[in-house]
Design a protein. Structure first.
Ligand code: SF4
Ligand code: SF4
Length: 103
């Protein structure tokens, strides 16, 4: 008799990485690094989380002092971003644009 995996059971810890939830998205956030103050509020609030920190030396920042003091930037992983818009709502300096996804 074939067995069916019961619901609400996680057979392999960490297997959510295999579910690329980005295909659910209708709207897409885009970070404009020239406005970004590198506060990482978007990173803290993203429920996935689909925002990670990356070396920011190649990215612009709102000013040179920020770039010198904070060496990382937030980057959106579109494989997992569901387009919920929380990062867009929470960014204190409107550095995130929320646009219709082109499929
Ligand atoms: S839209 Fe939602 S899921 Fe996508 S990066 Fe922003 S907070 Fe995370
Ligand atoms: S919330 Fe806005 S300003 Fe802060 S790190 Fe994210 S994009 Fe940059």
């Amino acid at each position: 008799m074939d067995m069916i995996t019961r619901g609400a059971i996680i057979p392999d810890a960490g297997n959510s990485v295999e579910n690329k939830t980005g295909s659910w998205r209708v709207f897409k956030p885009i970070i404009h690094y020239e406005k970004c103050i590198r506060c990482f509020i978007c990173w803290q609030y993203c429920p996935e989380p689909a925002i990670y920190k990356k070396d920011g030396s190649e990215y612009p920042a709102k000013n040179d002092a920020i770039k010198k003091r904070i060496t990382e930037v937030p980057v959106i992983d579109y494989d997992y971003c569901k387009g919920c818009g929380i990062c867009y709502e929470e960014c204190p300096v409107n550095a995130i644009e929320f646009v219709k996804e082109e499929k």
